[in-house]
Design a protein around this ligand. Structure first.
Ligand SMILES: Cc1ncc(C[n+]2csc(CCOP(=O)(O)OP(=O)(O)O)c2C)c(N)n1
Length: 587
């Protein structure tokens, strides 16, 4: 049966068809839907792990126990998981292990734009890269075959455009699951102390050699001969863009981007006059092909940054401009990111701003508070970084930083990578204040469960970590739990904790306004009484989407130049604005 599927749905389907029944992941755009789809198939075990390193370790354990295991993450997740990944390359995988890295050229929703093809080369792990959903489904099966055949982990790289665009996919009968689980003792293979690791290191090179032979005839590395004047070497989504604008050129389309098929590349080079290497982000293929002594044109004309599109490729090759600019782009209306109406993070940041503190932020919905007028946080590097950075700055500023340095982190992010740095704060007697924004979900990536929600991905009730007990067990003595929608209490708690010596933690607890399980029912929308509003604009300082300003509505005996207005179709009645209106004009 043929169906239309996104790349992510196809990856999940392909794994299921390949007989894979085990997957672990941590959510992150553009990868999240792979796990959400996979978990719906019958007979699978699928879990959200607390972070990507744990997900990979869980998958390694399952693979060594004989399973075909899948670990799924966004590109930056591979950084978190890099430690086990580099060494499972030595041990091999017994069952099978495929690691999906969903890269995000153009940083649609990421903190950086790294090109994870480099990880394949760095960790000596083969990597497949599909160009659309149909290939994604087939390549994930091939990835498992390669993993089994060569006893190696295999990387599967997607990009946002492959993950989130749809194409026609041919559904096949899923392979019957055969239980091959069990454990065979083999310390020399699985205990990576130096003496064993040295031996395995040699095995990795033997495997590399075998893989280099294998890729030469790997059918997904395809030469498509057209006009021999121009040859294009490419992989993944850029193949589609190039084909769209230059259908008649000759192509070498690589399905496996590590290791590269040197003989095939040489053969292609001998059959065409001029070669362009078309790849998004790094000159990854280009450098390796140039190192073979083959002359190609690449980043001299193509951009290093952002996704490509057909226009960028056309302009670059036809030399239309120094800067390759796409004629296909429509200018979309800018939509600045903002916290939702009723978001519990808004109250916290409003209260925090009044304290004039230095706020180290983290990654989640709350990062959106950095914009004016809230200007809620002043740095953001990667998941979990807020706590270590706040501690580091507080130590560096010494007396100047007293009562001034704060770190803010979401509940999912805290459980992902905030626990160890908080332990460090207790251990090294920090003076910073950490605020955990506990909205009972992983909101930014679409409401995934985590160890603090009380539910698993498979919708089973689970042990729910008690954040107060956890923080206390890490050695923090000053702990306060607050409701961030109560502005007065929130301000008082922040002031009190900033004044204390030693580390403090405030846990701001209120479910996300969009949270499905929340028992907090939306209240009626707030209203501005035009007779009472003095036009002071305090409520606009909340940057709440329903609140806007109506110019020119004056009042006798008042200097007001306009009034605030609340759009009742957007307001969820949270009441924050009511708390800050000095004139009682909002109710
Ligand atoms: C290493 C890494 N993994 C995953 C992500 C994707 N991601 C961004 S924020 C976030 C979690 C947000 O949840 P939480 O901390 O609870 O904050 P909320 O959005 O609920 O306010 C995730 C998973 C990422 N940016 N980096």
């Amino acid at each position: 049966m043929k169906v239309l599927m996104s790349g992510n749905e196809a990856i999940a389907r392909g794994a299921y068809e390949a007989g894979v029944r085990f997957a672990a992941a941590y959510p992150g755009t553009p990868s999240t839907e792979i796990m959400e789809e996979f978990s719906k198939y019958e007979g699978v075990y699928a879990e959200w792990s607390p972070n990507e390193k744990v997900a990979v370790e869980v998958a390694i354990g399952a693979a060594i126990g004989g399973e075909k295991a899948l670990a799924i993450m966004k590109h930056v997740g591979v950084n978190v998981a890099a430690d086990p990944i580099f060494t499972v390359s030595y041990t091999g995988t017994n069952g099978a292990l495929v690691i999906v890295s969903a890269d995000d050229p153009s940083l649609h929703s990421s903190q950086n734009e790294q090109d994870n093809r480099n990880y394949a080369k760095f960790a000596k792990i083969p990597m497949l890269e599909p160009a659309d959903a149909a290939e994604a489904k087939e390549y994930i099966k091939l990835a498992f075959e390669i993993s089994q055949k060569f006893d190696t982990p295999v990387f599967f790289r997607s990009t946002t455009r492959v993950s989130h665009s749809k194409s026609v996919v041919d559904l096949k009968e899923p392979e019957k699951y055969i239980d091959k689980t069990g454990f065979v003792y083999d310390a020399e293979k699985y205990v990576m102390v130096p003496i064993n690791a040295r031996t395995r290191r040699v095995e990795v090179e033997k495997r590399q050699k075998a893989l280099k032979e294998f890729v030469e005839t790997f059918p997904e590395n395809k030469i498509e001969m057209g006009n021999p004047e121009i040859g294009i070497i490419t992989a993944g989504m850029p193949y589609n863009y190039a084909k769209e604008v230059f259908p008649d050129y000759s192509y070498l389309k690589l399905g496996m981007v590590y290791p590269l098929p040197e003989k095939l590349i040489r053969e292609f080079a001998s059959r065409v006059k001029k070669i362009y290497v078309i790849e998004e982000l790094d000159p990854y293929l280009e450098e390796q092909i140039k190192a073979m002594g083959i002359s190609v044109t690449g980043k001299e004309i193509f951009p290093y940054t952002n996704e490509f599109d057909p226009g960028i490729i056309k302009n670059a090759i036809e030399g239309n401009s120094g800067q390759a600019v796409s004629p296909y782009k429509e200018a979309l209306a800018p939509r600045p990111p903002n916290l939702c109406p009723g978001c519990p993070h808004r109250g916290l940041f409003y209260a925090l701003k009044k304290q004039k503190v230095y706020v180290h932020g983290d990654i989640g919905c709350y990062t959106l508070s950095y914009m004016k007028p809230l200007e809620g946080l002043h740095s953001c590097i990667c998941m979990g970084a807020s706590i270590g950075m706040a501690h580091g700055m507080s130590k560096a500023l010494k007396e100047k930083g007293k009562g001034k340095v704060v770190g803010v982190i979401g509940d999912s992010t805290f459980l992902h990578s905030g626990i160890t740095p908080l332990l460090n704060m207790a251990y090294n007697n920090s003076d910073a204040l950490i605020i955990i924004l506990d909205n009972s979900t992983t909101a930014m990536t679409g409401m995934q469960e985590h160890p603090g929600t009380g539910y698993t991905l498979m919708k089973k009730e689970a042990k729910k970590v008690n954040l107060t007990d956890l923080v206390s067990a890490l050695g923090i003595e000053n702990i306060k739990v607050i409701d961030p929608m109560d502005l007065k209490a929130t301000r008082t708690a922040i002031k009190e904790e900033l004044a204390k010596d030693g580390p403090s933690v405030i846990i701001a607890q209120m479910p996300c306004a969009l949270f499905k399980r929340s028992n907090i029912k939306p209240k009626p929308a707030m209203k501005v009484d035009p007779d009472k509003c003095e036009g002071c604009k305090s409520c606009l300082g909340l940057n709440c989407p329903p609140i806007s300003w109506k110019k020119g509505i004056t009042k006798e005996g008042s200097k007001r130049k306009g009034i605030s207005f609340i759009d009742k179709t957007l307001c969820n009645g949270c009441g924050l604005c009511e708390q800050i209106c000095k004139f009682g004009a909002i109710s």
